[in-house]
Ligand binder design. Structure first.
Ligand code: HEC
Length: 149
């Protein structure tokens, strides 16, 4: 029990460090400060819970890119509700799951503003690759459900 507790604290700490490394502490002209908080433990089964906990701060609860931290980023967060519209009416599932995991071009040519979630999820799921995949699949499905008709 004690060991388990310490394990979670270490996981929380390493997630905090990973998130801090993924983004510079930044402040924009309007004075918005992005604070880094430990990543909350969520259920891999709920795309919505993960989205609200991890993504809405930048992308907004509706996915349109107007979350409270958006103003402090150098690059505006992608409008996730327009992904289908921008792709000829078809939701680009593979591209989006790759972008979340962090092995898509969005990271290679992008900025440091979009965190690399694959590594964070691997820590959160204690290395269980099946659960990491489940997190990414459920997040991708949740984003698909946000598409504007
Ligand atoms: C710290 C702010 C921030 C957080 C938190 C964040 N994002 Fe992003 N996201 C961005 C930014 C900025 C971009 C645009 C990057 C670029 O264009 O280089 C982006 C881009 C993306 C893209 C790329 C879309 C494309 O067309 O390739 C996807 C998908 C995405 N985010 C999903 C997510 C998901 C899912 C989460 C939560 C697990 C999340 N984001 C959390 C800032 C964030």
């Amino acid at each position: 029990m004690f060991i388990k507790k310490v394990g979670w604290i270490i996981v929380a700490l390493s997630l905090l460090l990973a998130l801090a490394a993924a983004q510079d502490q930044s402040q924009d002209k309007s004075g918005t400060t992005v604070k880094h908080v430990p990543v909350k433990v969520t259920s891999a089964a709920s795309g919505k819970e993960m989205y609200v906990s991890y993504c809405a701060v930048c992308h907004g609860t509706d996915g349109k890119g107007n979350g409270p931290a958006a103003g402090a980023l150098k690059v505006p967060p992608t409008d996730l509700a327009a992904l289908s519209k921008d792709n000829g009416g078809k939701f680009p599932s593979l591209k989006i799951s790759a972008a979340i995991r962090g092995d898509a071009n969005v990271v290679a040519h992008g900025t440091k503003d979009m965190p690399v979630w694959g590594k964070l999820f691997r820590d959160l799921s204690q290395g269980h690759e099946g659960e990491v995949q489940q997190r990414i699949n459920n997040l991708t499905k949740y984003i698909e459900s946000l598409q504007e008709k």
